[in-house]
Design a binder for this molecule. Structure first.
Ligand code: FIX
Ligand code: ZN
Length: 422
């Protein structure tokens, strides 16, 4: 471990370490098995991932409704036929399905989807969760948890809060605030129904009650962070409920409870509603809002991931200015080899080790296997180049130091960010 790394041993050592370090997946849409059927898994869910729906709909001429009226198996059959048999499946989302099947030990060359389905039919979920975490080599995944989602709310209040069952410690919560912050005209009604004394006007009483709502759900969920997905035209400060709720409710409680605020910015929501979850687009945001938040609230912790490729350099430069800003992941339309390569290289060059390189955004449990396999391969290649460059100066490196770097980059920086006293 303390032996100096040589040009000859560098690549093998970096690859071993990158694959060996157990990662923290900072953002997913997965759920612990206690949440029941909202945890998606198995062949049909893999193949009907909304990324693949968007890609398949470029080929088929059926009306969107006709697709949605099909059964899940029929939808998967259509996507398999269109994207995997009539075309070579080299898009990232298609390749991902095949990587997952391969890592599970299935014969990808057989193209035997009947056999693939049977394989999954025999799986017992709790054991399968263990197997997926093992194959993806993860210690923790952070969920996306919405108190306004009735199915999920029931589990938090009836099973977990009541102490009837424990949450699997490998699954940590993120308190998702889209409904509260982006649909205030609806969410204030729901808060009122739940016994929070709020009005549509954000007067002192309402602000206090929204803060109470946040504190209560932080107590219930023990979230790693509070999060919101914001559209590309997000502006703050501005005269809007969203902006006021963020500044007067989320920011104060985030600091008071030491629960970072994760801003995920850049979506063009439902550009094509017929595609449902697959219908969102991307837009470049104005960074002035993030400049403002980081500078106005130096004692608050902000986790940020942006959706537009064009914003990535600005985000890395902004993170150089503000230690309370932690960039994380190559999100959604950026989670492709060519863009992971570009963004990760830029982040290492501008931020060194002080960034969280990746998250999976997985919506289907099995996707953890491919999303982390594809990312680890790229991260290892990029790190080898960075270490080669630094060793070319005469710098001497040990495996222990490489491991220390990779632990931080693969999620360790999240946990230390939580401990920071800013
Ligand atoms: O807002 C989000 O968390 C996005 O990641 C999702 O809305 C999006 O549909 C997704 O899953 C992308 O990978
Ligand atoms: Zn997401």
């Amino acid at each position: 471990m303390t032996q100096p790394i040589t040009e000859k041993t560098l690549q093998k050592t970096v690859e071993q370490v990158v694959w060996d370090v157990k990662a923290t997946d900072v953002h997913t849409h997965l759920y612990a098995p206690i949440f029941g059927d909202i945890l998606l898994w198995g062949f049909n869910e893999l193949v009907t991932y909304h990324y693949l729906i968007a890609e398949a709909m470029r080929w088929v001429d059926i009306p969107y409704d006709e697709y949605w009226q099909k059964t899940k198996v029929e939808q998967a059959d259509l996507i398999w036929q269109t994207l995997f048999l009539e075309n070579t499946p080299y898009s990232e989302a298609c390749r991902g399905v095949l990587t997952t099947l391969d890592k599970l030990g299935l014969d990808v060359a057989s193209r035997d989807i009947k056999g693939y389905r049977e394989y999954f039919n025999d799986k017992q979920l709790d054991e399968y969760v263990d197997e997926v975490f093992e194959l993806a080599n993860l210690k923790t995944v952070v969920m996306t948890n919405d108190p306004f989602n009735s199915k999920e709310r029931h589990v938090w209040l009836e099973k977990l809060k009541a102490g009837e069952q424990e949450l699997d410690p490998r699954f940590r919560a993120a308190l998702r605030l889209d409904m509260l912050l982006c649909s205030w005209e609806k969410s204030w009604h729901q808060l009122k129904e739940w016994g929070f004394d709020v009005t549509p006007e954000l007067n002192g009483q309402t602000v206090g009650e929204v803060q109470r709502f946040l504190r209560e759900w932080i107590q219930i969920m023990n979230p790693v962070y509070m999060a919101v997905s914001l559209t590309y035209d997000f502006m703050l400060p501005e005269k809007s409920a969203q902006s006021e709720l963020i500044e007067r409710c989320v920011i104060p409680v985030s600091r008071e409870m030491n629960v970072p605020f994760a801003l995920m910015v850049g979506v063009k929501r439902q550009l094509n509603p017929g595609l449902k979850d697959a219908g969102d687009g991307v837009g470049k945001m104005d960074m002035a809002s993030l400049d403002y938040l980081c500078s106005q609230y130096p004692h608050n912790k902000f986790l940020v991931t942006l959706l537009a490729r064009e914003n990535q350099h600005e985000l890395a430069v902004l993170a150089r200015k503000f230690r309370n800003l932690m960039p994380f992941g190559c999100w959604w339309f950026l989670n492709n080899p060519s863009l992971i390569e570009e963004i990760t290289s830029m982040r290492l060059e501008l931020l060194g080790n002080s960034v969280i390189l990746q998250h999976s955004d997985a919506r289907v449990l099995d996707q953890l296997i491919y999303k982390w396999a594809h990312s680890r391969q790229l991260i290892a290649e990029i790190l080898v180049r960075k270490y080669q460059d630094v060793m070319a100066t005469g710098w001497v490196l040990t495996e222990a130091e490489i491991r220390q770097d990779v632990e931080k980059l693969m999620g360790g920086n999240l946990w230390s960010f939580l401990e920071r006293k800013l």
